[in-house]
Design a protein around this ligand. Structure first.
Ligand SMILES: Nc1ncnc2c1ncn2[C@@H]1O[C@H](COP(=O)(O)OP(=O)(O)OP(=O)(O)O)[C@@H](O)[C@H]1O
Ligand SMILES: [Mg+2]
Length: 496
């Protein structure tokens, strides 16, 4: 509070009614709820900065002034009593006690526009590609307006992702959100790169979150290539970036996808990886004192995943869509990892990459039996669904008898479906296999599947590829038994 000037003749007040005396003080007032724009650093532990004298909302953008004249950008991430907790966006070198902290912006905003296509930016929207600064058509809020779930357009159209095994056997719909589950080095990045080049989506937004820095350049130069980059926006925050930068990068690529969707574009959002996003949130939450819960992950991590993922999907009538692929690392190929578990529950499908198939040289190493596209029955024809289910049925039958076949203990003629699986297995594997430089359009994928399976008859069941076969195959070997009944009912719906 500022006090009345000392030259105020207090003696003249005597005898005046109280309200008149208070009138004099009208120009002086307390301002406790107005943000105080600057304070001082009092403590720094790990990555957390503590400042006093600030009264700023969570999310406020600040600058920490260093003695050497450099500034560090930081964001308010929490508070306790009079202390404000901040997280730096850049590396913290040369920070000293008592450094001045001042507010830059109450909220984070960015420039969005068509000019982003073909560009590579970091988590706060700054250019990384040396092609000049990013200046946009419009300044936009970092967090877009929420869409009422009842107003979202249902998923009803196919998105051609250019990968034969996905188009043919795990068809993806516009607005679907899918997890790409795999251990390290199994081919996630290559698969995402192929999709970027071969998809029919209007815009591709790629988020490279927490990956090796060397890989970012490799992905842009080789995997994505000049052609892929033309209709893409790449947001990169490698592993050595501050956790807040990695978190922001995940949110920024989602925000960019939302921008293009709201303008009617069909966007393909590829985020590599969702696990690194969760790990960045874990680092931040633990640093500001949130207690760990499952496998060291604090509860806020499990709230942030759906918050991010739910932003993808169809718009509310604008015609645009965000189809999203999130890679999820399954450490030691453990599908029960808490992040894998939480993501699988919220996504509309999962594609599992198998290390065993990769070791056999089958790329993309998609484990068709363990993968599922939850919307496929609603978007493809009954015939197509039947063919895909029969494909899975044959693969499952071959896998069940593989050991017997390998040691010569299986006698041909014992089981017609197994006989057929043995005959067809090289063709089934050839159907899944796809070279890095080969694209595959949806109609061709479907035609090839028909050619492969339509003429084939399976004794005891309906001909492979018919609706009846699809219904019979609706409960194949699946990694999650709880999905079987749900899938069967979806198949029926799809066939009706
Ligand atoms: N379609 C393909 N054809 C041939 N080889 C492939 C294909 N996909 C992946 N590979 C091989 O697999 C290797 C690893 O792929 P990639 O870098 O995509 O794995 P990753 O899962 O992203 O690994 P990390 O977890 O380390 O990021 C590639 O270097 C390549 O040799
Ligand atoms: Mg990778």
């Amino acid at each position: 509070m500022q006090h009345p000037r000392s030259d105020t003749p207090a003696s003249t007040d005597i005898g005046l009614p109280l309200c008149q005396r208070l009138q004099k003080y009208r120009q002086y007032h307390f301002i406790p709820s107005t943000p105080l724009a600057s304070g001082k650093l009092t403590r720094m532990v790990g990555l957390t900065l503590e400042a006093e004298g600030l009264n700023l909302p969570v999310g406020a953008q600040c600058t920490v002034e260093l003695h050497n004249g450099r500034d560090i950008d930081a964001e308010v991430v929490g508070f306790h009593n009079r202390k404000t907790f901040l997280m730096p966006i850049q590396k913290i070198e040369g920070i000293q006690p008592g450094a001045k902290v001042s507010m830059k912006q109450a909220r984070h905003s960015l420039c969005l526009g068509e000019h982003l296509k073909g560009r590579v930016i970091n988590g706060v929207g700054k250019a990384l590609d040396g092609l000049g600064p990013i200046s946009g058509e419009s300044e936009a809020e970092f967090v877009a307006n929420e869409i009422n779930p009842l107003h979202r357009e249902p998923i009803s159209e196919i998105l051609d992702v250019g990968i034969r095994a996905i188009n043919g056997l795990l068809t993806v719909g516009k607005g679907q959100r899918i997890g790409l589950f795999a251990g390290s080095g199994v081919g996630k990045s290559v698969l995402l790169g192929m999709m970027t080049r071969f998809t029919t989506a209007d815009v591709v937004v790629v988020g490279l979150i927490g990956e090796r820095g060397r890989e970012v350049k490799e992905f842009i130069d080789h995997t994505l290539g000049r052609e892929g980059l033309k209709k893409s926006v790449v947001v990169a925050a490698p592993a050595d970036d501050a956790p807040l930068m990695r978190l922001r990068a995940s949110q920024l690529c989602t925000r960019i996808a939302e921008y293009f969707r709201d303008r009617g574009a069909n966007v393909l959002l590829l985020m590599d990886s969702l696990t690194r996003f969760a790990q960045a949130q874990r680092e931040i939450a633990l640093a500001i004192g949130e207690p760990p819960a499952t496998k060291g992950y604090p509860p806020s991590v499990f709230a942030k995943i759906p918050e991010l993922v739910e932003r993808a999907g169809n718009g509310d009538g604008g015609g645009g869509s965000i189809t999203a692929f999130y890679t999820v690392l399954t450490e030691g190929d453990d599908l029960q990892d808490p992040i894998a578990d939480a993501s699988r529950a919220i996504l509309d499908g999962h594609i599992v990459l198998s290390r065993k198939l990769a070791e056999e040289g089958l790329y993309p190493a998609i484990d068709i039996e363990a993968s599922i596209s939850r919307v496929m029955p609603n978007i493809v024809s009954a015939e197509h669904l039947g063919l895909a289910q029969s494909f899975k049925q044959l693969l499952a039958r071959y896998r069940e008898n593989k050991d017997l076949i390998a040691i010569g203990a299986y006698t041909k003629g014992s089981d017609p479906l197994t006989d057929l699986a043995v005959d067809l297995i090289p063709k089934l594997r050839a159907y899944i296999a796809q070279g890095i430089t080969q694209g595959s359009v949806f109609t061709a994928c479907k035609k090839e599947l028909e050619t492969l399976l339509q003429a084939t008859q399976v004794a005891d069941t309906a001909p492979v590829g018919t609706a009846k076969a699809a219904a019979a195959a609706a409960t194949p070997a699946t990694s999650n038994p709880t999905q079987a009944p749900r899938r069967a009912s979806k198949v029926k719906r799809g066939l009706a």
